[in-house]
Design a protein around this ligand. Structure first.
Ligand SMILES: C[S@@+](CC[C@H](N)C(=O)[O-])C[C@H]1O[C@@H](n2cnc3c(N)ncnc32)[C@H](O)[C@@H]1O
Length: 248
């Protein structure tokens, strides 16, 4: 993805000369190099199978990328995540990455309004021997979160929460998730660079859905940066992921 929302190569060269500007991802070839050198050779067999099934889906654009899957897997292991949640499953690539990364008795509360796509990936998840960790709930995530919050014993119990669903609700999710994640736990919000559109001028040509959700993503990014209850780190992995570590 263009780091400056599609500016010229000349501008990119200038950016790279600035002190402190250290982005290395200058080309598709470099991204392909990452995939072929470090991601695909280490991708678990069933994740590869699920990625190939998903590639044939008409909405394949929605899937979590293989490098982001590898990143999530490493992160979950680093923080010893056991009790996790995922909002936005689609065919289950990030879900399978999570299920493989957490321990045998780990748990994932997974939510999506669409069960059909989850069922497409489910046989592969079962083959990987990790389906028992998943509690899939069909339907909008907000009411599920509200029900969880009614029971105080759920507060501060999640080690990791991955949000990859309806961008216009991310702030509504954040209001609830901050009480469900434990202090020291992590919430990951996906798509926070929203196809590079976060830095595009308002009149720049954009696909309709990119334009529609752009303002929500901009608002979320501002709110997260100003939230004293979390430490944040925005990473240019996939479409941008912001990690929020709850500190209070
Ligand atoms: C970008 S996809 C998720 C990709 C997935 N993480 C993966 O690894 O392939 C977004 C998903 O969010 C789901 N979604 C949209 N609105 C939702 C809502 N209100 N509650 C739960 N899921 C929702 C969509 O059905 C879609 O499957």
């Amino acid at each position: 993805m263009a780091e400056n929302g599609g500016d010229s190569t000349q501008n990119q060269t200038n950016r790279h000369q600035e002190v402190g500007h250290k982005s290395l991802l200058q080309s598709d070839a470099l991204y392909q190099y990452i995939l072929e050198t470090s991601v695909y050779p280490r991708e678990p067999e069933q994740m590869k199978e699920l990625r190939e099934i998903t590639a044939k889906h008409p909405w394949n654009l929605m899937t979590t990328s293989a490098d982001e899957g590898q990143f999530l897997s490493m992160l979950l292991k680093l923080i010893n995540a056991k009790n996790t949640m995922e909002i936005g499953v689609f065919t289950g690539y990030s879900l399978l990455a999570t299920a493989l990364a957490i321990p045998h008795d780990g748990k994932i509360l997974a939510m999506d309004i669409n069960k059909e796509n989850y069922e497409l990936g489910l046989p592969v998840i079962q083959k990987a021997g990790v389906a028992h960790k998943i509690d899939f709930r069909e339907g909008p995530a907000l009411p599920v979160l509200d029900r969880l919050l009614q029971d105080e014993s759920n507060h501060g119990t999640y080690d990791f929460i991955f949000v990859d669903a309806d961008k216009d609700n991310y702030l509504n999710y954040h209001k609830r998730l901050i009480d469900l994640v434990k202090v020291g736990g992590v919430i990951g919000y996906d798509n926070t660079l929203w196809n590079g559109s976060v830095v595009a001028p308002p009149d720049a040509p954009m696909r309709k859905y990119i334009r529609y959700y752009r303002d929500f993503v901009l608002e979320l990014n501002k709110a997260l940066a100003a939230d004293p209850r979390i430490e944040i780190c925005m990473l240019p992995v996939g479409d941008g992921i912001t990690l929020c570590r709850r500190i209070s």
